[in-house]
Ligand binder design. Sequence first.
Ligand SMILES: Cc1cc2nc3c(=O)[nH]c(=O)nc-3n(C[C@H](O)[C@H](O)[C@H](O)COP(=O)(O)OP(=O)(O)OC[C@H]3O[C@@H](n4cnc5c(N)ncnc54)[C@H](O)[C@@H]3O)c2cc1C
Length: 308
Amino acid sequence: MGRVTVVGAGVLGLSCAFRLLEAGHRVDVLARELPRETTSAVAAAIWYPYRAWPQELVLRWSRASYEALATIAAEDPDSGVRMMRGIEVVPRRDALPWWADAVPDLAETLDVPPGFDGGWSFTAPRVEMPVYLDWLVARVLEAGGTLTRLNLHGLPRTGDGGPDAVVNCSGIGARFLASDQTVHPVQGQVVLVEQTGLDRWWLHSEGAGVPTYVIPRSRDIVVGGTDVEGEWSRTPSPDVAASILRRALRLVPELAGAEVLGHKVGLRPARPEVRVERVGDVVHCYGHGGAGVTLSWGCADEVAELLG
Ligand SMILES: Cc1cc2nc3c(=O)[nH]c(=O)nc-3n(C[C@H](O)[C@H](O)[C@H](O)COP(=O)(O)OP(=O)(O)OC[C@H]3O[C@@H](n4cnc5c(N)ncnc54)[C@H](O)[C@@H]3O)c2cc1C
């Protein structure tokens, strides 16, 4: 048991902090952006292993996170996590998706809007991120952890008055904090529209890979998305928003006439492989691409194990 500094207050930093507190460590979280200002706050978010590798580890971490999120949903209705059935529209269903093992109730469905052929129906944890991040912060503070805004120019030094260990959950910031040029942004834009009574999520990836998704939350609906490799801008584009809404309307015609409430852009921390690795007194945990929420608890468990 020791003093651990966690760098980053997105979904990874807070999940790791909580697991480490549960394991008996003293934990201080330092972050330039507080939870509601992070990429994590922009996430749609449903459980779905997307743009994260390697597949074998991603499947293991996704499965663990599915179970952990299902438990949170069952135990605390105020957590922002809800188990919600939805449909991924896919043209060909001759083989099960590679992540099928992690989902208990995957089934083929033909209950799709006109112009689509069919898809996979399954229950996924739906995570209302602003609510969930607040919930995670409350768990961390309740367990004795701290959260402080701090812009770091390097990872904190261990020993000699510093912490015993550092956990690096800096997302895209790892490009600088860990001098890791393989971490790069994959920009995603979403539109928030009013809740029209929708109670299932929809997902569709076009041929070129641009995802369209519609994720209902308690007071609004997140409509996405885009996937722009290497783009650092966080400014929403009106043209992109219009094209997102056009695609979404095809997928969910009930959205017609829904009032637009806002626009958000986030930078997914992409990397050829997610990095969960101990190097001396530092455990790196970043590069979760489009699946940080989906992988969060599986990775946090592993970080806690790496620190003993
Ligand atoms: C539009 C969109 C939709 C998405 N939808 C989903 C989804 O449905 N499901 C899903 O699983 N994932 C989704 N994602 C992906 C998900 O948001 C990310 O994988 C996840 O947020 C990464 O979390 P993180 O904690 O690693 O990073 P972040 O949330 O970016 O947090 C990084 C933290 O590190 C801190 N930091 C960085 N540099 C420094 C520094 N120098 N000093 C101090 N602190 C620093 C930051 O301030 C921040 O607190 C989506 C992403 C986007 C953009």
